[in-house]
Ligand binder design. Structure first.
Ligand SMILES: [Zn+2]
Length: 98
């Protein structure tokens, strides 16, 4: 697919919450918040099917680290406190090992 094709098809673009660079939505991992109270945490949503507000990140632990340092998830999901990223980190580590 050429750049011209992409422009014509209006491929959705999202910004990675880690490195803040823009990429095609299909190249990023969607993450959503699940649970409530102390069980609240981020879960990976590779199929993009889970309901609710999503944030997008490159499938890379480097971008996850950057997002955590910048408290990007807390801002993105408008939560007061930190969000548990354990499940997302495990998912990314599995992808990077593959
Ligand atoms: Zn990134």
């Amino acid at each position: 697919m050429t750049a011209e094709d992409r422009a014509r098809r209006r491929v959705p673009i999202r910004t990675c919450v880690g490195c803040r660079s823009r990429a095609e939505k299909s190249a990023l991992l969607r993450v959503v918040v699940e649970g409530s109270g102390p069980d609240m945490g981020l879960v990976p949503d590779p199929d993009g099917k889970r309901p609710g507000r999503g944030a997008y990140i490159h499938p890379s632990t480097g971008c996850l680290d950057a997002a955590e340092r910048r408290r990007a998830f807390t801002r993105s999901f408008r939560r007061g406190g930190p969000l548990d990223v354990t499940l997302v980190r495990r998912w990314l580590e599995a992808v990077e090992r593959a």
